[in-house]
Ligand binder design. Sequence first.
Ligand code: ZN
Length: 348
Amino acid sequence: MQYKTKSVASFVVAILSLVSPPISANAPFELMGKTTNTGHKTSYMANKKEVSLPVTVINGEKEGPVLLLTAGIHGDEYPSMFALQQLQQSINPKEMSGVLVVVHLANLDGFHEHRLALNPRDEKNLNREFPGSADGTPTEQIADLLTKEFISKADFLVDMHSGSANQSLLNHVYSPFIGDEALDELTLAFAKATGMQHIVLYGDRPKDPNNSISYPNTAMTRGKPGLTTEIGHLAQSKEEFVKDAFTVARNTMVFLDMLEGEPAEHPEPIIYETLKSAKSTTTGFFQPAVVIGDKVQQGQEVGTVLDYFGNQVETITAPISGTVMMVNQTPPIKSAESVVTIGVEVVQ
Ligand SMILES: [Zn+2]
């Protein structure tokens, strides 16, 4: 397989040599008991015990890597769900290299019950339950299945999110690092290849594969690049959000030479070394004083809290100077909850 830059290619070779034996895209691809032959596409419900996942497998005509794209880890984050439906419909397996595995909606119960982040069957956040447990609660079972059946067969993962119903956000991609130089550099190259401008370096997850916590970190701790994208917000499915998510997903396939196309790296990427949140110390109604993309100075007002009677009880200020990445956009706020998240750029 060919990659877009020589430096990236050397990392890919290094990484692929670490993962247990490479799966030939020329062979039939088996997933959850279903086989997708070379040059074919299958969409089906992958079922095991209490878990049911809508999945598409596209087994390309030519050899290449296995890319896993996932939407709906949180059930009210819709743009990438629509984007991945459109992506699978747009691809002709005869013209594709490698294998694309799409999990269209990982938290089906959260989706149907209109839940913000959690699974109503056990009130757990799937993105905090990895690597999961085959005998655990429904959310732990989903995590276990994604770890053992999906990540184990993939070379690259993109976990696609959006802002929930209460949250506006500036589109961004998390590029995790775990202290493995080759893997970390390949992951950053992969993050840049999404074409997204705002890239957040992220290194605060455990390095233990048996306590990987999040979905992308489960990939990282198994030697595979795992990105999180955040595209669109406020539980909306606006056409522009869906289009952005579609473009990002497609760009990752172009980077991996699964589809024809030109590299889409943003001409002016902005890399953030950390995110810091301003939190409320009171409970009541939050009113933001900033919008996503604003540049704020440490100490600047970012919002106020009113009590239930309309009296202002708190002025919240920026804990650090930077760019406003996320805002709690709806009124309900409790003490210690995050109201505004600020990205701090890497000093060049
Ligand atoms: Zn999410």
